[in-house]
Design a protein around this ligand. Structure first.
Ligand SMILES: *Cc1c(COP(=O)(O)O)cnc(C)c1O
Length: 362
């Protein structure tokens, strides 16, 4: 019987987010290279802070996150007063949509953009719009052409997920300068720490009134299970987001663990160096066996196969070898597989299995 109880328009258009698979039929050891997690795990100091937090679980957490914001300010060179911490950076993305876009407004991202932008736009009742990319790269001209007086938010992940490509500072600046007056540029820096010579868009946030940056503890900090992220931007915008934020949105364990993680700059540098080493190795080895990929700026490589069938065959072959990577059909890249950069154990295993696959097919 049809019910009169119906959600707001747009909600049923949301295709729920699908995370990377983590198990395979048959058990056995699994190498999970499907969710861009840090293969080295979090800093041992972060783990110690998490354990210590067990002693104070009866207490509510800080609601202003002052200690964590101060630590972020110190390490990243930002003003702690304009940092806001979320239940993952996904929460910051959703506040931006709820705070700035509603029915009749447009939320813009690009062809292969991260799926949370569309989900959050629809949840807020706004209209999601995707601008075409060129060769898996955000194109400034296409993006600005897709803007109009209904555009409120423009989301760009830089480096992008799942393509791994990076816009230069001058390109980001051109976007920020070219936006209509009521639109804001959100630079999603989930993978910013892995890129060379990149400030995550910080100079642009500081220079302009219409740019916000989001960051996360889920990727280089190895804390995807903890759910902590943050945003940084003009005081007025952060003030709006703080009105939408639940008072205890980050747990006490989350605050203490993230603080210890961000302060352990030597460990972060180690993770960055290991990632760069294995990322370069993976690209070279893939090229060697005839699998193309773009220069990768995050902690994953987008492997491009000759056809959709070949990509699916490779995925099936990897699964048999206990290796899970990510199919990116949903991102309009059915001939590609997104492969998280692993460690000294999983990277050679992956290349071994793909070499076998590429030989066997001829
Ligand atoms: C992983 C990822 C995030 C981070 O999400 P969290 O909620 O912080 O775990 C944000 N944006 C992109 C593009 C990502 O790939």
């Amino acid at each position: 019987m049809p019910s009169d109880i119906q959600p707001r328009p747009g909600i049923l258009d949301i295709a729920p987010y699908v995370g990377g698979a983590s198990t395979l039929a048959g058990g056995g050891k699994v190498y999970k290279l499907s969710s861009n997690e840090n293969p080295l795990g979090p800093s041992p100091k972060a783990v110690a802070a998490y354990r210590a937090a067990a002693e104070t679980l009866a207490r509510y957490p800080s609601s202003d996150h002052a200690d964590l914001r101060a630590a972020i300010g110190k390490v990243h060179g930002v003003d702690p007063a304009r940092v806001i911490c979320g239940d993952g950076s996904d929460e910051v993305i959703s506040w931006l949509c709820y705070g700035y876009a509603g029915p009749g407004d447009e939320v813009l991202y690009t062809e292969h953009g991260f799926s949370m932008y569309k989900i959050c736009a629809l949840a807020a009742g706004a209209t999601p719009v995707a601008a075409p990319e060129i060769e898996r790269r955000v194109d400034v001209g296409n993006l600005l052409s897709a803007c109009n007086d209904r555009t409120r938010l423009v989301f760009i992940a830089n480096p992008a997920n799942p393509t791994g490509t990076l816009l230069r500072h001058d390109e980001l600046t051109a976007i920020a300068k070219g936006l209509p007056p009521r639109a804001m540029l959100v630079i999603d820096g989930a993978y910013a720490e892995f890129a060379e010579d990149y400030d995550a868009g910080l100079a642009l946030v500081e220079a302009r009134e219409n740019v916000v940056m989001t960051r996360t503890f889920s990727k280089i900090y190895g804390l995807g299970g903890l759910r902590v992220g943050w945003g940084y931007g003009p005081a007025e915008i952060i003030g709006v987001l703080n009105r939408l934020r639940g008072p205890f949105n980050v747990s006490s364990a989350g605050l203490a663990t993230a603080k210890a993680a961000v302060l352990d700059v030597a460990y972060t540098a180690h993770c960055k160096a290991e990632n760069a080493k294995w990322r370069g190795w993976l690209r070279d080895e893939l090229a060697e066996i005839g699998i193309a990929s773009d220069e990768a700026h995050g902690n994953f490589v987008l492997a491009r196969f000759g056809s959709v069938e070949q990509a699916q065959g490779a995925d099936a072959h990897l699964r048999k070898a206990g290796i899970i990577v990510r199919q990116v059909k949903g991102y309009g890249l059915p001939e590609c597989l997104r492969i998280t950069v692993g460690d000294e154990q999983s990277c050679p295993l992956l290349i071994g299995a793909l070499t076998e696959f590429m030989k066997g097919r001829g």
